[in-house]
Design a protein around this ligand. Structure first.
Ligand SMILES: NS(=O)(=O)c1ccc(NCc2ccco2)c([N+](=O)[O-])c1
Ligand SMILES: [Zn+2]
Length: 263
């Protein structure tokens, strides 16, 4: 497969993605602006459970669009379940989206307000599908947990990630990253909004059950700044392209979606 020909710039950014990925104008695209007052309550919707105690992180990498921590998803050692999910979904990877200095950077917004960054923990339905790739094209294939990052005090555990970003500065670089458990990045409560949506980057498959936590985690401007030492470009490329503003703006709700809230 040829290298990704999409990005976040003027020519190859979100407004141009529909040319190669027509589903960009689909009926269940993500992210969206979540309007709490319009979210439906569904008493049958219970809490989510994150079973990350035996999770196995493997590596951290710069894929030219974000920084990604990959997990061993060869068994059900780390799963998300409950809430809107009929099965346990296996943790595959997590990554971030962020802005430029002092600008917004989250993908979902809440009543029109963005956060500095957004963390996505990506899980796939290994009960119904054989591989992530198969699940990623199925309407109930993926469950992505979205967590907002708000600027404020230093986050005690995010240092474990920001301290190694210099090792994956360029697109295509990766390094060992074992023993990291993402439960240290969770807020104090797991109240959430949920709706049916899509991947927020190409190929934009409409295969994601989104679970967005209401409570943000707090990270410092200094820690957010560390993400901006990353580059979209490879080491050999002369164009030094700082990795920032790697977020897709909210997409039309269309006939979908009642966003449902659990708190
Ligand atoms: N921002 S996100 O969580 O929606 C997101 C988007 C794309 C991809 N992957 C791109 C892709 C290619 C084929 C199938 O999947 C992933 N992921 O892999 O976890 C997550
Ligand atoms: Zn994402």
């Amino acid at each position: 497969m040829t290298g990704d020909h999409w990005g976040y710039g003027k020519e190859d950014g979100p407004s141009a993605w529909h040319r190669h990925y027509p589903v960009a104008k689909g009926s269940r695209q993500s992210p969206i602006d979540i309007i709490p007052d319009e979210a439906r309550r569904d008493s049958s919707l219970g809490p989510i459970f994150l079973k990350y105690d035996r999770c196995t992180s493997l590596s951290i990498a710069n894929n030219g669009h974000s920084v990604v921590v990959e997990f061993d998803d060869s068994d059900d050692r780390s799963v998300i379940q409950g809430g809107p999910l009929d099965n346990p979904y296996r943790l595959k990877q997590f990554h971030f989206h962020w802005g430029g200095k002092g600008c917004e950077g989250s993908e979902h917004t809440v009543a029109g307000v963005g956060y500095a960054s957004e963390l996505h923990l990506v899980h796939w339905n290994a009960v119904k599908y054989t591989t992530y790739e198969d699940a990623a094209t199925a309407p109930d294939g993926l469950a992505v947990l979205g967590i907002f990052l708000e600027q404020g005090d230093d986050h005690r555990w995010l240092h474990t990630i920001t301290d190694v970003l210099y090792m994956v500065k360029f697109k295509g670089s990766a390094t060992n990253f074992k023993g990291f458990n993402p439960k240290c990045l969770l807020p104090s409560n797991l109240h959430y909004w949920t709706y049916l949506g899509s991947l927020t980057t190409p190929p934009l498959h409409e295969s994601v059950i989104w679970i967005v936590l209401k409570e943000p985690i707090v990270v410092s401007e200094k820690q957010l700044g560390m993400f901006r030492i990353l580059q979209f470009s490879g080491e050999e490329e002369d164009q030094r392209m700082r990795m920032e503003n790697n977020f897709r703006p909210p997409q039309p709700l269309k006939e979908r979606i009642s966003v449902v809230v659990h708190d």
